[in-house]
Design a protein around this ligand. Structure first.
Ligand code: NAD
Length: 248
């Protein structure tokens, strides 16, 4: 079967579980070989098996996205193991939720370092390679919280708003090099990240979703596939909202 990403190499961060794993599987199912990066080396093996079960190559990298030297090693390692890098998906992310007045400097720094600085470091390292290749696609996983804010998530909201601004700036800088940079802004997606929320909050969230259901990791992966493929070749600097209508 011919896939829309045949011959392409993708790199997905935070690929051990949740949305990142679903993205890795989706890109592999559509023909891409996939490099996988996460802090959780053991879980990465499961994602690698899922990629390989679709007849594609996988390469695993246990690394922290907020560490510049580690990021450079992952990008050069992807090039060495899989031969090139066509698609970068910046997905790794964390939350450290609490109200502003109670938020520690550590909670602020951890979220900004992983969600925003990690996206910057990978975008910088990958775009150097993509410029040499004369093509590339970068998809950043933001959040609707980066568009509308949320009480108890000022660090997370600021990091995701930063990811959106970084997406637009990088898109402007890199368009002439044939590199597209877009973002996906998911709403409430059922993963380990949202599993921990109290039932009362989940019920309120559900009431605010016109589609009447929480999102699935696959819903986000479909949007990433679209932005990774030539189907979106005239789109750059855009934020695709995948929230069941929660934000319009
Ligand atoms: N779940 C949602 O409702 C939702 C909504 C909007 C946006 N998002 C975003 O989607 C992305 C994925 O979220 P998820 O729900 O799958 O979360 P998750 O917690 O299930 O998965 C996140 C993955 O990132 C990895 N990770 C965390 N810190 C890392 C680091 N420093 N270096 C490398 N890997 C690291 C984790 O080990 C984990 O495998 C995140 O950026 C998140 O902010 C999620």
């Amino acid at each position: 079967m011919v896939g829309v990403l045949d011959g392409k190499v993708a790199l997905v961060t935070g690929a051990a579980r949740g949305i990142g794993r679903a993205i890795a599987e989706k890109l592999a199912a559509n023909g891409a070989d996939v490099a996988l990066c996460d802090l959780q080396a053991d879980w990465l093996k499961d994602t690698a098996s899922a990629v390989e079960s679709r007849g594609r190559k996988a390469a695993c990298f246990a690394a922290d996205v907020s560490q510049a030297a580690a990021v450079d090693t992952v990008v050069s390692g992807t090039n060495n193991a899989l031969g090139r890098l066509d698609i970068l998906v910046n997905n790794a992310g964390i939350t450290r939720d609490t109200f502003l007045l109670r938020m520690s400097e550590q909670d602020w720094d951890a979220v900004i370092d992983i969600n925003l600085k990690g996206t910057f470091l990978f975008t910088k390292a990958a775009s150097k390679l993509m410029i040499r290749q004369k093509n590339g696609v970068i998809v950043n996983i933001a959040s609707i919280i980066g568009l509308i804010g949320n009480a108890g998530q000022s660090n997370y909201a600021a990091s995701k708003a930063g990811v959106i601004a970084l997406t637009k700036s990088a898109a402007k800088e890199l368009a002439s090099r044939n590199i597209r940079v877009n973002a996906v802004a998911p709403g409430f997606i059922e993963t380990k990240m949202t599993e921990a929320l109290p039932e009362e909050i989940r019920r309120k969230m559900l009431e605010a979703i016109p589609a009447g259901r929480f999102g699935r990791p696959e819903d986000v992966a479909e949007a990433v596939l679209f932005l990774s493929s030539d189907a979106s070749s005239y789109m750059t600097g855009q934020v695709l909202n995948v929230s069941g209508g929660m934000v319009m």
